[in-house]
Ligand binder design. Structure first.
Ligand SMILES: *[C@@H]1O[C@H](CO)[C@@H](O)[C@H](O)[C@H]1NC(C)=O
Ligand SMILES: *[C@@H]1O[C@H](CO)[C@@H](O)[C@H](O)[C@H]1NC(C)=O
Ligand SMILES: *[C@@H]1O[C@H](CO)[C@@H](O)[C@H](O)[C@H]1NC(C)=O
Length: 194
């Protein structure tokens, strides 16, 4: 009987683990996608958040983008994002409806503090500076709020706050984020940059 030496056995075991991890990691990516995609036909999901409809229009995990990711989100009246921050740039274009953006500039305090409030409206645009704690809410009770969102440095690493007086150090990392779950088992958790 042919004997398999212990190092060779472990080499094969490692290869097996490596390739199963790779296939696991890429199970969300779309291998073949058309150049032009009809946004109405892309998957849309609430990812368990009431009032949210999220579509990844162009993604790092889905479509192989390295520098940016684009989302289309619809928030029903009264709904909103969590209070959160991320170490990437983020640009919003409001396509429909109106609402409020709450922004606590990163003033190097121990916690975000009372945010500034800004009204947003159809055809308005705003950007969130890197690591500033923010929240977007549809504060118009009559109409959906629809936004196109561009982020840099995908996939997004989100730190979530329960309220504006919670210390930065107590914010909870959600990574992979809801729409990236199941795609990212290989990546080590990122370091907090605050
Ligand atoms: C895009 O998809 C929607 C929903 O399926 C459909 O109604 C629409 O006709 C499509 N647009 C084009 C140009 O194919
Ligand atoms: C948004 O603003 C641009 C520039 O003024 C204008 O051409 C466009 O029609 C506006 N869109 C809406 C939906 O108001
Ligand atoms: C904010 O959330 C923290 C963590 O859950 C809690 O301990 C604190 O009491 C909350 N503060 C306010 C003002 O609600």
């Amino acid at each position: 009987m042919a004997e398999i030496s212990v190092p060779v056995f472990f080499f094969f075991l490692l290869c097996l683990l490596f390739f199963s991890a790779i296939s696991e990691a890429s199970k969300c990516s779309v291998q073949e996608f058309p150049v032009v995609r009809n946004i109405s036909e892309l998957p849309q999901n609430s990812y368990g958040r009431g009032g949210l409809a999220h579509t990844t229009v162009a993604g790092s995990l889905l479509h192989g983008l390295k520098e940016v990711e684009v989302w289309l989100q619809t928030l029903s009246p009264g709904s909103g994002t969590p209070i959160h921050r991320h170490s990437c740039e983020e640009v919003f274009v409001v396509l429909k409806g109106s609402g409020t953006v709450y922004l606590a500039p990163n003033s190097h305090e121990k916690y975000p503090g009372k945010p500034q409030e800004f009204s947003i409206f159809a055809n308005s645009t705003f950007q969130i500076p890197v690591n500033d704690v923010h929240q977007i809410r549809n504060t118009n009770e009559h109409e959906d709020l629809q936004v196109l969102v561009v982020i840099s440095r995908p996939p997004v690493k989100v730190f979530i706050y329960e309220n504006w007086s919670m210390p930065h150090t107590a914010s909870k990392l959600k990574f992979p984020y809801y729409w990236d779950e199941g795609c990212l088992e290989l990546e080590p958790p990122p370091k907090d940059e605050l």
